[in-house]
Design a protein around this ligand. Sequence first.
Ligand code: HEM
Length: 226
Amino acid sequence: MVLKRMFTSSVGRKFLVALTGTLLILFIIVHMIGNWNMFLGPDAMNSYAEKLQSLGGILWIARIGLLLAFVIHIFLTIQLNIENKMARPIPYKKKDYVKASLSSRTMVLSGILILSFVVYHLLHYTFGVVQPETFKMNLTDSTGKPDVYRMVIYGFQNPIISISYIIAILFLSMHLDHALQSTFQTFGLTTKNIFDRLIKISHGFAIFIFIGYNIVPVSILIGILH
Ligand code: HEM
């Protein structure tokens, strides 16, 4: 009953968007920190990847939870967006772009690009469709573990692939910049006094994600990681 009301009321759906968004943000932070194992060398990265795989059932529960959060987040944002447009069939004559930031105006576009990126990324490193010759299942390190380290190195030594990732992560950072502000507002955690500070925190977080992820492809492109 409560769940039904959550999915049908506008406030409930906004809350679910913020809740699923928070789960996705947590995953994004954990995944980024996991990727930094690349700087500790092949052994650390491959052991980390193997440890994750050995979680078995727990890993599958996390994957299904993540997928559900992703689907609910996208479905509800599209639905809320369409409803907003239908409530105002004639758009404002002159859009007030002074207050609305670039990130907030491009949420749908950056969202679509992130979805496309995630599909591409899964085909690349999870299913090995993009570069089958370098997929971890075909490569093992000296201890016999799937060589995720070399798979990532080979992937990002291709400048087209690296640059596509860098651009995708730029859109992800822009999306998160506005998402963090909206989430705080939806959860009622903002007051007028802290709003300016919240904007700075969101910008800082977006920059942290942009650098934190891109440090891997950039380090491979310029040869720091090889
Ligand atoms: C430079 C950036 C990134 C690198 C180097 C990277 C690396 C990887 C690697 C190596 C895997 C496969 C792990 C394995 O099977 O052992 C993976 C899986 C995955 N990545 Fe990324 N990733 C990056 C960015 C992202 C971003 C920005 C997102 C989300 C917005 C993301 C979402 C995922 C997901 C959902 C999986 C599948 C996890 C699973 O199989 O359970 N990745 N990533």
